[in-house]
Design a protein around this ligand. Sequence first.
Ligand SMILES: [Zn+2]
Length: 150
Amino acid sequence: MAITDKIYVKNHQQIASQLETSFPKGAFKGATMDMLFQAENLAKLDDATQDRVLDFATDFMDCACEANPHCGHPEEKFVSYLLDLRAQGLGPDAIVDVMGDDYMLYAYPGDVLSFLDGAVRTLEAVETLADVDGRDDAASEARRKREELL
Ligand SMILES: [Zn+2]
């Protein structure tokens, strides 16, 4: 499962009761995105929640794809966001705190840790393959990115 399948809406119960409906806990579930990003639903949320939902939409759902938000870009952008936080030196617990403050989302620190480990291993594999192929630029780019995550 991708890390974005393990990102949850923090105050899920509260939001569901404000909307007077239920939706999945997973932030990147299609039904969650469809539910939260309708203007009439947004209007039912309290101001603090509305701000976070709008920040999320601005930061991750701003592509012009016809299939938006089901085009895969929100997930890709969220993965970059996580990797950026790691590159800034944050550990899994701090990353979970920041996504809570920024977007009212949460994840289990253990899942974030596995995700970061997986990213490092992927970059190691890319580096090795690029080395074997004699593609020095690609190899050093992968090495640079990997070192940022350590
Ligand atoms: Zn897109």
